[in-house]
Design a protein around this ligand. Structure first.
Ligand code: AMP
Length: 190
């Protein structure tokens, strides 16, 4: 199995590059942000609770997203592998993911981290907010809060995979094709 954690701050290009990775390597895409947004669209209780936090740029509780990922792993037993996009976002989530995968005799193959500076992130997110319909992309204060949550809670997840020698850093500024070339080179070299 090829199991990739795609990592990087909001606006680093994880969604865009996930699409390219899935097309080339036929992986199942698991984006906790997308799953949460579909819960909101369906008007579920989970969606209503999550929305209150998402609209403030705060993370939803670990047990909520870990439960969602566990359900999706069970629902895709025949997958060739997974791309985890926007998950794990805390060290507790990373530990839970290792445990879930180990129970299926699987493990994370690598973390691919897209590196983009804060100024470029803010520019990209404000641009995306104009047509994505995402309320958390439209407001600079909320974007700042999301980047702060990332720096405080999510950035340490990189050390978790560095300790396992699975961390691969990729410079995330350039054309989509150029960045994807670097990502696929990294995957193929495994
Ligand atoms: P994203 O689409 O990945 O940018 O996620 C949008 C929002 O959903 C985040 O700002 C969080 O509020 C929430 N979210 C998504 N994934 C997670 C996660 N793994 N842990 C906690 N909150 C998450």
């Amino acid at each position: 199995m090829l199991n990739i954690v795609l990592f990087g701050p909001p606006g680093a290009g994880k969604g865009t590059q996930s699409e390219n990775i899935i097309a080339k390597y036929q992986l199942v895409h698991l984006s906790t942000g997308d799953i949460l947004r579909s819960e909101i669209a369906n008007g579920t209780e989970l969606g209503r609770e999550a929305k209150k936090l998402m609209d403030q740029g705060l993370l939803v509780p670990d047990e909520v997203v870990i439960g969602m990922i566990s359900n999706k792993l069970d629902a895709n037993k025949d997958a060739k592998g997974f791309i985890f996009d926007g998950f794990p976002r805390t060290v507790a989530q990373a530990e839970a993911l290792d445990t879930l995968l180990a129970s299926k005799d699987a493990s994370i193959s690598m973390m691919i981290a897209l590196e983009v500076d804060n100024e470029e992130l803010m520019k990209r997110l404000l641009l995306r907010g104009k047509d994505s319909g995402r309320p958390d992309d439209a407001n600079p204060d909320i974007i700042r809060k999301r980047i702060e949550e990332y720096n405080n809670k999510t950035a340490p997840v990189a050390n978790f995979y560095k300790a396992q020698e699975k961390f691969k850093s990729i410079h995330g500024i350039g054309s989509i094709e150029e960045i994807f070339g670097k990502i696929s080179g990294t995957i193929d070299a495994r």
